[in-house]
Design a binder for this molecule. Structure first.
Ligand code: TYD
Length: 351
């Protein structure tokens, strides 16, 4: 199989390429990535080193109309789209770039896939499109309505709708995966888990938004990649597949768990102003992919979390480097007390 992966230098995309090249010794992968701030600068070389004769790289925006002829001549069997702006906080501060990449980019990729012989397109989406659950709600099914609350979630929901509409209008073999919060090595340290681990290792405060009782459903990144692969190989065109390891946990409990693994004090926990329109709870039901495609998660949250923490301990050079330069400027300009400081006193955690 010869596939085109877009956004393959980002966190999930790079894990997917590694998984794919290692799992299928005959497979070929071309990676199109714009190498934005979230891409690991050494990733193109690292991925190439895994299988130099089966891997190629092109630095391009997925919105680029010239991709059409390039992809057409590449004779690919399928496209898997990871390219996206993904951080909710950034989408609040700069929504335009989310519409450009996540909506216009996907619209272009749909046309690219059609022109390349109407090839299969797996579009990687998120649980955030369903909006926030109440504590008593069952985890979301693929048939739940879309109710996004952040510009990020709205951009992903828009792309999902464009992809489904293309499938119906042009008989295009489009498949959508919606996954829960990922964690693992190489996640950019603006997301909760890597930020928490990195800050704790440097004895810096851990910013907890609001009351910290928001619930996220956690999955180890490699389990997500195996789910995408199952959809790529066996999924039915026009279908949506939720991917979840049923790992719901409150932010504050995750934070305490990581501090305990690291042997760091709870006094690092620092409550800050809340994210606007902060979703209270995400949770997905993944019975469909489990029963129809035979996928199931292999990592428990405990196992995945411990190995992730170990990776960040061993790879301090990596996250210190990406926390420098560009990111640092952004962080300083926007992140410290980005949503107001009224709740930023260090509070006793008794929940
Ligand atoms: P995040 O990793 O940004 O993922 P998402 O918003 O896509 O779920 O955040 C996970 C949760 O952690 C979310 O409820 C926001 C919260 N959070 C904090 O409390 N402090 C932080 O510094 C960050 C980055 C997130």
């Amino acid at each position: 199989m010869k596939i085109l992966v877009t956004g393959g230098c980002g966190f999930i995309g790079s894990h997917f390429i590694e998984y794919f090249l290692k799992t299928y010794p005959g497979a070929q992968v071309a990676n199109v990535d714009l190498l934005t701030y979230a891409a690991h600068p050494d990733m193109p070389n690292y991925l190439e080193s895994l299988a130099p004769e089966r891997y190629s790289f092109l630095k391009r925006d997925i919105s680029d109309p010239e991709l059409k002829s390039w992809v057409k001549s590449g004779k690919f069997d399928a496209i898997v789209n990871f390219a996206a702006e993904t951080h909710v906080d950034r989408s609040i501060l700069d929504p335009d770039s989310f519409v450009r990449t996540n909506v216009m980019g996907v619209q272009n990729l749909l046309a690219v896939a059609r022109e390349a012989g109407n090839i299969r397109l797996v579009h990687v989406s998120t649980d955030e499109v369903y909006g926030s659950l109440k504590p008593e709600d069952p985890p979301c099914l693929e048939t739940n309505s879309l109710d996004p609350n952040s510009p990020y979630a709205a951009s992903k929901a828009s792309a999902d709708l464009l992809a489904l509409a293309s499938g119906r209008t042009y008989q295009q073999p489009v498949l959508i995966t919606r996954c829960t919060n990922n964690y693992g090595p190489y996640q950019f340290p603006e997301k909760l888990l890597p930020l928490l681990i990195a800050n704790a290792l440097e004895n810096k405060p851990i910013p907890v938004y609001g009351d910290g009782k928001q619930v996220r459903d956690w999955i180890y990144v490699v389990d997500h990649c195996r789910g995408i692969d199952a959809v790529l190989q066996k999924g039915h065109p026009g279908e949506i597949y939720n991917i979840s390891a049923s790992g719901e946990a409150r932010n504050i409990d995750v934070i305490k768990k990581v501090l305990d693994i690291l042997g760091k004090p709870r006094s690092l926990i620092t409550y800050v102003g809340d994210r606007p329109a902060h979703d209270r709870r995400y949770g997905l039901n993944s019975n469909k992919i489990q029963s129809e495609l035979g996928w199931k998660p292999q990592f428990s949250f405990e196992e995945g979390l411990r190995s992730t923490v170990e990776w960040y301990i061993k790879n301090q050079e990596w996250w210190k480097k990406v926390r420098g330069s560009d990111y640092q400027k952004y962080y300083q300009a926007n992140y410290e007390n980005k949503f107001g400081s009224k709740n930023s006193k260090n509070r006793e955690v008794n929940s």
